[in-house]
Design a binder for this molecule. Structure first.
Ligand SMILES: [Cu+2]
Length: 461
């Protein structure tokens, strides 16, 4: 254990750098590009092989390959990495080619694929190609289907990508530790017919989770359920990029869950259908519209919708503690407690003492409280109307009219057309509508609401 801790402590500086660089490998091995930017990289248009429409990996990238004698060759390097979880916080994780998660691998149905896996971790590993049809000896289960890949060694996996769909990869060796440290990645096998199930935008990300004590850098690997950072591709809001869509686009989002609990993923403003599961595409007659889909542990779900409502639409896990960043689990509920007397007494002993949470916790999103180094606020992010009070598994789908086909740049905040924004009631207050001592409550007259709303559009307020 001492060796591993020392390794982690010194590994921090190794993976730091800028943008995409290449490592010169020994003769015969394909290059192993690394990526150190945590931002969403533009989809990688295939330079050779069968054509397909590439995916956009949220806060990630696709691994380039080498075509050799009709085989697509990839080189993954399992190694310690430094991942920015969001601006203001970095974590010492394990991953592939400079990042956690590792790069997305994109191939086409029928492709012959060869994957070189070099182990630069302090312990052995393997890679399991989750969901694939392949020869048993290529399934990557240490001890069961292959010897482990020892530190410093390179193994080769070869198989034909038989079934189009959505897959993941992760170690099947010291699994609890290696996944708790961030070792995972996405795999897409595109259909041979590029017109089949074609979409305009195709986003992919993994659900993952970490337990990093406030003020520290390395996840606690023995945590089973009480994780404190709920991440998409090892990022939390406001570090998760928006899914930028052109109005009218058919949009696909593929999500894989490698956390230890389920996540009900909820999209605002649109209905979607689950068009793919772990086992492949769903039959069209089996689909139904939803606005939330639950993704269980180890599952992959593909959802599709028409992005026809312009705006900045929230897109998040519906477990409300999964849209918060690291917090202690012992936060007491203080709503409705009047602290004034108690605080006066405590202040005589502890002058800096302050009370929180009497009216809920929204104040905390705006409060500039001192935090330990390398610690994110629990609730954060600022929109055009103020504090968003979110963290964790939250981002926005930004839908705009007239974007270019391959434009994924953040378009800024949505400009709401006149008359389409919630507004403050400035007429008679509700209490005045009640006669004292009477339970005869007059409803707000609809005409009044409509009149005020119309007026607002003309700048009457
Ligand atoms: Cu969740």
């Amino acid at each position: 254990m001492t060796n591993r801790r020392d390794f982690l402590r010194t590994s921090g500086a190794v993976a730091m750098g800028a943008a995409l660089v290449s490592r010169v490998q020994a003769a015969g091995l394909p290059e192993a590009p690394i990526q150190t930017s945590p931002l969403t990289q533009p989809p990688l248009a295939p330079p050779n092989g069968r054509p397909y429409r590439p995916v956009a990996t949220l806060n990630g990238w696709t691994l380039p390959w080498r075509m050799k004698d009709g085989v697509k060759e990839f080189h993954l390097i399992a190694e310690p990495v430094v991942r920015e979880i969001a601006p203001g916080m970095k974590a010492n994780l394990w991953g592939y080619n400079g990042q956690s998660p590792g790069p997305t691998i994109e191939v086409v149905e029928g492709d012959k694929v060869r994957l070189f896996v070099t182990n630069k971790l302090p312990e052995h590993t393997t890679i399991h190609w989750h969901g694939q049809r392949l020869p048993n000896g290529m399934d990557g289960i240490g001890g069961l289907t292959q010897p482990h890949i020892q530190p410093g060694k390179t193994f080769v996996y070869e198989f034909v990508a038989q079934r189009p769909g959505t897959f993941m990869y992760h170690p099947h060796a010291d699994e609890m530790v290696q996944m708790a440290m961030g070792m995972m990645g996405f795999w897409i096998t595109h259909p041979k017919d590029p017109k089949f199930m074609r979409v305009d935008r195709d986003f992919v990300f993994l659900l993952n989770a970490y337990d990093v004590d406030p003020g520290s850098y390395t996840p606690k690997i023995a945590t089973m359920l009480e994780f404190n950072l709920w991440t998409w591709n090892s990022r939390v809001f406001p570090g998760i990029d928006s899914l930028v869509c052109r109005q009218g686009d058919r949009v696909r989002v593929r999500i894989g869950n490698l956390t230890m609990t389920n996540h009900p993923i909820h999209l605002h403003g649109h209905e979607f259908e689950v068009t793919g599961t772990d086992g492949g595409w769903t039959a069209p007659g089996s689909r139904w519209p939803e606005v939330t889909t639950d993704i269980a542990v180890g599952q992959m779900r593909t959802i599709e919708f028409i992005a026809n409502e312009p705006g900045d639409w929230a897109f998040h896990c519906h477990k409300s503690h999964h849209t918060m960043n690291a917090m202690g689990h012992q936060v007491p509920t203080m709503i409705g407690v009047d602290h004034r007397d108690v605080v006066n007494k405590i202040n005589q002993l502890v002058p800096e003492y302050m009370t929180m949470g009497e009216k809920g916790m929204a104040d905390m999103a705006e409060m500039q409280m001192p935090l330990p180094d390398n610690t994110l606020p629990m609730m954060t992010g600022t929109g055009q109307f103020g504090a968003i009070e979110m963290g964790g598994m939250f981002t926005t789908v930004k839908i705009r009219d007239g974007l270019a086909r391959d434009d994924y740049k953040d378009p800024g905040w949505y400009k709401h057309p006149a008359g389409t924004l919630a507004y403050e009631w400035t007429g008679e207050p509700l209490a005045a509508l009640r006669a004292p001592g009477s339970d005869n409550v007059s409803p707000l007259p609809n005409e009044t609401v409509l009149t005020v709303r119309k007026g607002r559009g003309h700048g009457a307020h």
